[in-house]
Write a protein that binds this ligand. Structure first.
Ligand SMILES: Cc1ncc(C[n+]2csc(CCOP(=O)(O)OP(=O)(O)O)c2C)c(N)n1
Ligand SMILES: [Mg+2]
Length: 666
């Protein structure tokens, strides 16, 4: 550490007690000493990667000390001080960095990529920006629970260029969420200087554009940071609203230790070394006789002893022994499926009405279930599924959202972290691309990474046959069936849709719930009137035959049934998969073993779809039973076109009958 004899930072201790000042100092000293130790371990090859927060400790410590322990903090990769100030036992931190079992991710994720409900900390995913939207969700939960808590979230200045930043600030402002957005402007994002990152004077100025109060703070001044955040925290606990803070600071080491700092001018390094937050505060405390050299030495000795002991215990811990079952079991949170039987009383409903009724009954059953989506409140959603919900459940639970798919999926994640279930309506399944990152990286991976469930259902109005062109017609389930950690449901009938939606909402894991638009108003069925559930992973055998097994889902089910109606001579098993993840492999194999022929029909284009995987499974599991090669029928390898006759040509529907005949004649 540099030795600074006269403080270069102007401190104003106001009415802070000596005890508080010493605590601020101690809490900054701890992450610094840990880091100094890490740098040694790194040189010895005992740590693989290290993101240094040296010189930025005042921000982590000041913010954390200003919040109550019950208030969530969402730190980034340079915020060791958040973790240590929340007093996470050091041996657990070291174990985390060494990938040991007493860390927080069972060796599944590195460095600061973890959260812990025990300390109300939600760590980052590598993608940086999503943290900000997750903070929105936690803040929304606080608002809905009226618990008076606020939340704080960090980002670097580089992260502010991501769409997530803009979406999260906008949503927080529109909903007046009690969250403090903390930008640590440390001059660089990896090697990119601020001049190549943004083109405005201060990032704090962006607050104005979102209708958010913002402040610029000296991020190296611990007293300024702590007192200002404390004051703002008090204020927004009483009058909830978002606040944007730009901390001016500097990254004194490389992006990560191996990458060096050749691109950073020496003058800048020198200037910021002279503004070291700990050295300056120390010399201030010395000058005011608040801290004596002997107490200072005692602090250092105490922390170093704590580090050494923790390091010893983490290093002595054996490495995790890989076990496939353990890994697979942790992808999803275990779900104790509870069967609610369908009532005898039924009513004829269209698919759309059944989904609406099912959603409504789940809103009644789960009193804090929140639904979010564009135009879903007063307008009732573009398909009118949530018509009347606002009147029944109120604006808190039926939430119109800005056009911010990423931030809303992230908000749903934040709600789940706070124990609140949510359903997000994508206006069209196609638009999930704008929220793709949080779906496949945040929702899908959280339970595996740190045992945090993502209790979120995303409703996906999908599918073609409606002359709506490439961006309102896709059936994009394969983007998700490929991602471990997501459940994928795709009903073809009103009754299934109602029962499966109830299960999707009860299931604490993330579920993509596909609703085919062309079936919404064309398919009717008698549907049990009361609340009921249908288990995941059970295909429906709709027709029984001997010559062939037709495996399909969604609109494909109706195409297959229509084809068989027209061809009564064909004796086929028809399997409606109903859920694609989990997949009812047993039903598929049993049927194909019986018939000896399999045809798989999907609406999506062929390559990489679910049909290909089922085909591969059949080759592996049922080869000896097959009398013909497995046949896949899918739509053309083009985007889905708009005009009717082009769309018809594109669709698998038109090809199915011919392919089925061909297979039977093989
Ligand atoms: C979406 C995404 N793009 C790129 C990266 C690679 N990356 C990791 S950290 C980083 C720089 C971040 O800069 P900043 O937000 O200023 O934080 P700092 O490291 O300076 O604290 C980059 C480019 C990433 N992790 N995620
Ligand atoms: Mg930066």
């Amino acid at each position: 550490m540099p030795t600074i004899t006269k403080s270069n930072i102007a401190y104003d201790k106001r009415n802070l007690s000596d005890k508080t000042l010493l605590k601020l100092y101690y809490n900054m000293l701890k992450p610094r000493l840990i880091e100094e130790k890490m740098l040694i371990l790194l040189r010895q090859g005992k740590v693989s990667k290290w993101f240094s927060g040296i010189g930025q400790e005042a921000i982590s410590v000041g913010v954390t000390m200003a919040l109550k322990p019950s208030e969530y903090i969402l730190p980034m990769h340079r915020n060791l001080g958040v973790f240590t100030t929340r007093e996470i036992p050091l041996h657990r931190l070291f174990a985390q960095w060494q990938g040991k079992a007493s860390g927080f991710t069972k060796g599944r994720d590195r460095s600061f990529h973890f959260g812990t409900q025990d300390y109300n900390i939600v760590g980052m995913i590598s993608h940086l920006g999503p943290q900000l939207g997750v903070a929105d969700g936690i803040a929304l939960a606080n608002l809905l629970k009226k618990n008076g808590n606020i939340t704080a979230v960090f980002t670097g200045e580089g992260g502010t260029s991501e769409g997530d930043f803009h979406e999260a600030l906008n949503v927080a402002s529109v909903w007046q969420l009690p969250v403090i957005f903390c930008i640590e402007n440390n001059g660089y994002g990896l090697s990119t200087p601020t001049s190549e990152q943004y083109h405005c004077k201060h990032l704090a100025d962006r607050g104005k554009g979102y209708g958010i109060e913002s402040f610029i703070l000296d991020g190296n001044n611990i007293i300024e940071t702590y007192t200002k955040i404390q004051k703002l925290a008090e204020s927004i606990r009483k009058r909830p609203r978002p606040i944007l803070i730009e901390f001016k600071t500097f990254r004194r080491r490389g992006h990560e230790e191996a990458s060096g700092t050749k691109y950073v001018p020496q003058e800048l390094m020198d200037e910021w070394e002279s503004k070291d937050p700990i050295e300056n505060f120390r010399s201030y405390l010395y000058s005011k006789k608040i801290l004596s050299p002997s107490t200072d030495e005692a602090y250092e000795a105490e922390i170093k002893a704590e580090i050494d002991k923790a390091l010893e215990s983490a290093s002595a811990e054996p490495h995790i022994i890989p076990n496939e079952t353990t890994e697979l079991n942790d992808v999803f949170k275990s779900f104790d499926y509870k069967a609610y039987s369908p009532s005898k009383e039924t009513k004829e409903l269209r698919l759309i009405d059944a989904i609406s009724e099912g959603l409504k009954q789940s809103m009644e059953k789960h009193k804090d279930l929140v639904i979010m989506g564009q135009d879903i409140a007063e307008y009732g959603g573009v398909f009118k599924i949530t018509d009347g919900f606002l009147e029944a459940f109120g604006k808190d639970r039926v939430r119109n959202t800005p056009i911010c798919e990423s931030a809303i999926v992230e908000t749903a994640m934040g709600l789940s972290i706070s124990g609140i279930k949510s359903v997000v309506e994508m206006q069209f399944a196609d638009f999930v691309t704008s929220g793709f990152n949080p779906v496949v990286n945040y929702l899908a991976k959280s339970h595996y990474r740190w045992q945090q469930e993502a209790d979120v259902v995303i409703r996906m109005p999908c599918g073609g046959g409606v002359a709506a062109g490439p961006f309102h017609s896709q059936t994009n389930e394969a983007w998700f069936t490929k991602t471990p950690g997501l459940k994928v449901v795709y009903p073809a009938f009103p009754s299934d849709a109602k029962g499966l939606l109830a299960t999707a909402i009860n299931d604490p894991n993330p579920v993509l719930f596909f609703e085919h638009k062309a079936l919404y108003r064309s398919i009717r069925q008698e549907v049990p009137t009361d609340y009921f559930t249908i288990p995941f992973g059970e295909a429906a055998l709709l027709k029984e035959g001997t010559a062939v097994t037709i495996i399909t889902y969604g609109a494909g089910v109706h195409w297959a049934l229509d084809t068989l109606d027209k061809n009564p001579d064909i004796s086929a098993d028809v399997l409606d998969l109903r859920t694609l993840q989990p997949l009812d492999k047993a039903a598929i194999f049993n049927s194909v073993k019986k018939t000896g022929r399999a045809i798989i029909l999907q609406e999506d284009s062929l390559f990489g779809g679910i049909a290909s995987d089922i085909s591969a499974m059949l080759m592996e599991e049922c080869f000896e039973y097959l009398d013909a090669p497995v046949k896949r029928v899918a739509s053309m390898e083009t985007p889905i076109p708009f005009i009717g006759h082009l769309e018809e040509q594109y669709m698998a529907k038109g090809k199915f009958e011919g392919c089925l005949r061909e297979l039977l004649n093989y």
